[in-house]
Design a protein around this ligand. Structure first.
Ligand code: COA
Length: 238
């Protein structure tokens, strides 16, 4: 997996580090990146040596400035676009990973960049991070799960305000809204993400996977269904 063009994939002991690597275009998400992300997500999901994944952006200015505007709506037809989406359901695969995923966010975190971050379990941001959903200004809506993942994290009212008004959030406001777990100094962003990942990787991977599933899957269930899920996960560990 070393011949990627838009991504750097590194395995360090039990950590998988994925760097979005198009810094000249603020790491904009293009079709090639979609295909390469699909491959690395499969590796993270299925490689027993990987216990935690970290997502970061290359360069000084951005985690990811959203979909590549150069490719914007260039699919031959909506039918083809939909077919491609099903064949490469990156977002479904992201959410199917039962190992912990950490997003280390700096600079611009826009559109699909924010949606990638929302597919992760823990978001760390540096002080310079800016979060926004520019889609409505382009006549579209978020299509990488963001319309569903964002309100589940910051609540419907704030998600609606962000999406309808196009207002961006700075790191401090994002932390206040619990969009990010915490804000750190830029120079500490990757060390903090790695240190957190290493801490998690020391625990029993089966227990960690069940803990992630209990919370992420449980959030979409009633309390009774969630308790039944918890009981099944407890039993699966015995
Ligand atoms: N797709 C493709 N290229 C992009 C990009 C995107 N989403 N965002 C930035 N770039 C490219 C720019 O074209 C520019 O390339 P160039 O140096 O070859 O001209 C380079 O990245 C730097 O961006 P620039 O616009 O010069 O930086 P800036 O600091 O003035 O502005 C942003 C930064 C993020 C505000 C601005 O680039 C922007 O609005 N990007 C688009 C965001 C967006 O709408 N994303 C789609 C969401 S659906």
């Amino acid at each position: 997996m070393s011949d990627f063009e838009t991504i750097i994939y590194e395995k360090k002991n039990n950590l998988a580090c994925v760097t979005l690597n198009r810094p000249h275009a603020l790491n904009a998400y293009n079709l090639r990146m979609r295909d390469e992300l699909y491959q690395v997500l499969g590796a993270i999901k299925d490689d027993p040596e990987v216990r935690v994944g970290i997502f970061r952006g290359a360069g000084e200015r951005a985690f990811c400035a959203g979909a590549d505007l150069g490719e914007f709506l260039t699919a031959p037809s909506p039918v083809v676009a939909r077919q491609v989406r099903w064949e490469r359901d990156v977002w479904g695969l992201f959410l199917a990973v039962t190992k912990p995923l950490i997003a280390a966010l700096h600079g611009y975190v826009l559109g699909s960049g924010l949606e990638i971050a929302l597919c992760c379990d823990i978001r760390l941001a540096s002080e310079d991070a800016q979060f926004g959903l520019p889609e409505p200004g382009l006549g579209i809506i978020p299509a990488a799960g963001g319309s569903q993942t964002l309100p589940r994290i910051i609540g419907g009212a704030k998600a609606l305000e962000m999406l309808l008004s196009g207002r961006w959030l700075g790191a401090e406001e994002a932390e206040n809204l619990k969009l990010v777990n915490r804000v750190v100094l830029r120079k500490n962003l990757i060390p903090e993400a790695e240190s957190l990942a290493k801490k998690i990787a020391k625990f029993d991977p089966a227990a960690i996977s069940c803990a992630k599933q209990a919370i992420t899957r449980g959030l979409d269930l009633s309390l009774a269904e969630g308790l039944a899920l918890e009981a099944r996960l407890v039993a699966s560990l015995q």
